[in-house]
Design a protein around this ligand. Structure first.
Ligand SMILES: [Mg+2]
Length: 282
């Protein structure tokens, strides 16, 4: 019997979960029909009556817990490692036009995937759209600032020998500038030249493969529910949403497909969450 680790359960040691089931079989008073046949082995009991055992199991697992060993943290860049300086609504309006922007915003309450939209444009319109985005990104670079708490968090991760990666939908030259300007390096650092980009899980899976770790040993930290959290959850990683303004508390995000495991208002709060919920031993 293999219980597949589920990334939404950071507190469950799945090996001891198996032990729990066996323990429960022998210790719990079962309904009489449990033993009406010749006494089955615990494994058979489990497979036969797993629907009965699951409620007990989920209840019991809170008592025996082992934290997941954290092997790596993958960060988003814009708005996560750097202070948000790109006016995304203005950028989307410039690319799509006012009417199309309004229509798409209504159709996509959790956010517009502008790069995906551009992929469907005819070539001449695509070139213009990328030039517009590049303008906004260039203006952003002029005002680039590191996010408060980012350098300290990276220092703490380094002290635990926990790897740091980066996934952004920005271009490679922006990542290079970030590395240069702030002297903190992320590796691998995947920009939008890596296809498919977030919210596809591919970049995160690529990083996990490069690190030779499982996605379930990694946490993705980012400020976008539709890109960072979706990418992380699709890959099977833990996710931490940075929500500085509390905008994701709004009811429009209540029914989104992918929800973060953790939510913080500041990068300064990330390390204490990691310490509390994960094994950070090198
Ligand atoms: Mg971001």
């Amino acid at each position: 019997m293999i219980l597949k680790p589920h990334p939404q359960s950071p507190f469950i040691n799945h090996q001891s979960t198996t032990a729990n089931i066996l323990f429960l079989n022998s210790q719990h008073s079962m309904p009489p029909f449990f033993f009406s046949n010749s006494t089955p082995k615990p494994f058979l009991l489990y497979s036969k009556f797993k629907s009965l055992l699951f409620p007990i199991m989920s209840h019991s697992t809170t008592t025996t817990t082992t934290k997941t060993r954290l092997r790596g943290v993958v960060f988003d860049m814009d708005g996560t490692l750097t202070v948000p300086v790109i006016d995304f609504p203005a950028m989307y309006r410039a690319v799509l036009g006012d009417d199309e922007y309004r229509r798409m915003k209504d159709d996509n309450p959790s956010g517009i995937d502008i790069l995906h939209q551009i992929d469907n444009f005819p070539p001449h319109k695509q070139r213009h759209a990328y030039a517009t985005i590049a303008d906004f990104e260039r203006q952003g670079l002029d005002r680039l600032q590191i996010m408060p708490g980012a350098a300290e968090l990276c220092g703490l991760l380094d002290s635990k020998k926990i790897r740091r990666g980066l996934i952004t939908r920005n271009v490679k030259s922006s990542v290079d500038l970030f590395h240069e300007r702030f002297g903190i390096t992320f590796s691998p650092a995947l920009s939008r030249e890596f296809r498919p980009y977030k919210p596809d899980p591919a970049p995160l899976l690529h990083i996990c493969a490069a690190w030779e770790v499982q996605p379930s040993e990694v946490i993705m930290v980012g400020d976008s529910l539709k890109d960072d959290v979706a990418c992380g959850k699709r890959a099977g990683a833990f996710t931490c949403l940075l929500d500085e303004t509390g905008r994701y508390d709004s009811p429009e995000y209540a029914d989104v497909e992918f929800k973060p495991d953790f939510k913080v208002a500041s990068l300064a709060d990330v390390y204490s969450i990691l310490e509390e919920h994960f094994d950070l031993s090198p």
